[in-house]
Design a protein around this ligand. Structure first.
Ligand code: ZN
Ligand code: ZN
Length: 211
């Protein structure tokens, strides 16, 4: 069975997710932005073996601890899409600009593309490329538990900012309305920041979506 735990990290309260398969106790961290001690404690407390780091996009609050974790624990970095290479290159500047600890550089082990799958233990998640907030933003969807990890694409009552370099409002709206919401009203999601919601709730009430 698939499990998940939300661990808010950094001053931006970014929702890092610890996900795992309870048949193998193998785990992955989605968007390890910072607070390494807190993340590793959550892994240890549950007797899990960390096998991979998955990234939705390369903003500092989502990716800041990736380089250090990958190097010290010998973990593969999976994602985001290569459209975010320039954000990875800019991680040192992002650290300074937002007063984060200096982020260690890294190179993804595997870039992700629309339709790809990522696996942890016996569980598989689908990958959707959802540009707009960043060009290389991806989303992870676990069909069995009807849950999605959407990063900064969609929030409870909000959508991702598109005023950064490479942002594109029309692309973001397209990704949400044409790729995410059609997956079904019943899908619950963990956004990059703030409380969870469902696609149905956002389809009906999110004030930033056309209807
Ligand atoms: Zn972001
Ligand atoms: Zn964010």
């Amino acid at each position: 069975m698939f499990h998940r735990l939300t661990l808010p990290v950094t001053a931006f309260e970014q929702n890092c997710s610890l996900v795992w398969c309870d048949e193998t106790n193998e785990a992955a961290l989605i968007d390890p932005g910072g607070d390494i001690g807190k993340l590793l404690q959550a892994v240890e407390e549950r007797g899990l073996t960390l096998k991979a780091l998955w990234l939705t996009h390369a903003h500092i609050d989502h990716a800041g601890a990736t380089g250090t974790l990958a190097r010290t624990l010998q973990l593969p970095i999976v994602g985001p899409h290569e459209g975010d290479q320039f954000w990875i290159d800019a991680l040192p500047q992002q650290s300074q600009m937002f007063g984060f600890p200096q982020a260690e550089g890294f190179a993804p082990t595997r870039w992700l593309h629309d339709g790809d799958e990522v696996g942890i233990g016996r569980e598989t998640l689908k990958v959707l490329h959802c540009p707009g907030h960043t060009p290389g933003h991806v989303v992870f969807v676990h069909d069995g538990s009807r849950h999605a990890f959407v990063g900064d694409v969609l929030f409870n009552g909000g959508i991702g900012r598109t005023d950064f370099p490479g942002g594109n409002h029309a692309e973001l709206i397209h990704a949400i309305t044409q790729h995410l919401l059609p997956l079904g009203d019943d899908i619950t999601f963990t956004p990059g920041h703030g409380p969870e919601s469902t696609f149905g709730e956002e389809r009906r009430f999110n004030p930033f979506l056309p209807r």
